[in-house]
Design a protein around this ligand. Sequence first.
Ligand SMILES: [Zn+2]
Length: 295
Amino acid sequence: MQFDDDARLDTSQVEDRRGLPGGRAAVGGGLVGILAVLVAVVFGVDPALFGVSDDPVAPPVGQATSSAQLQSACRTGADADRRQDCRILATVNSLQNFWKSEFARRQGQYAPAATVLFTDRVATACGTASSAVGPFYCPSDRKAYFDLGFFDLMTTRLGARGGPFAEAYVVAHEYGHHVQNLTGTMAKVGGDRQGADSASVELELQADCYAGVWTHHATTTPQASTGRPLITDLTDQDIAQALDAAQAVGDDRIQQRATGRTNPETWTHGSSAQRKQWFTTGYRTGDMAQCNTFD
Ligand SMILES: [Zn+2]
């Protein structure tokens, strides 16, 4: 995964709330020993559904952030090649640029979604969430939330190989949920949130497919600001990283690692094979109309 060295990054798309009060002190356990929790919620849509509580200690949504640091560190594509947080920011830039143009092509209107980087816990319009829920998208405030520590956990606890494009896949999956929020698909899921045939699984697999659609177009869609693609190169190895990550976060694989058994009745995201398959469908076709997981 290679970025256009000279491209300027749009830091306004990422809020940096790492290390803010309401974070570390209030948390027990952090990212350690939470595999059981992740079984239920890894890559979740709405933490309010997963026992996330209101917390008076947490900072209010919209509190002043430490984004100034990110702004000075992440100026160009060269910074994105060097630093993980700048790479996540640049990935968000690329994703939103693609979806904006794709919505326009389909006579739709894309509304941008900010990404929030946090450590340990974060206040959102969906409630206060801890890192234990994994990366998530909150439809109420239209923001994607990432504790970058999850990417370590993905390799150490979930057995993924990791790598830059494994991380990009996770970011792209969350922006897939944002697309579903804008198109109204997310609202259709309702209470059908568990089981191999549930609407939740269909929603999650579609988000994987949308991640693949972006991947297909990532190196060819020009950024509005430069006229050149922000991502200049994706290799077979990058795609393999994404597929490996998709496999690692399959419900059957997570359950097998955690308990030695699989139980399709409690699936929320789909099996390893399904997640790989739907990412691949999006990646091969580049066509969101092929992401018909609900049919
Ligand atoms: Zn998801």
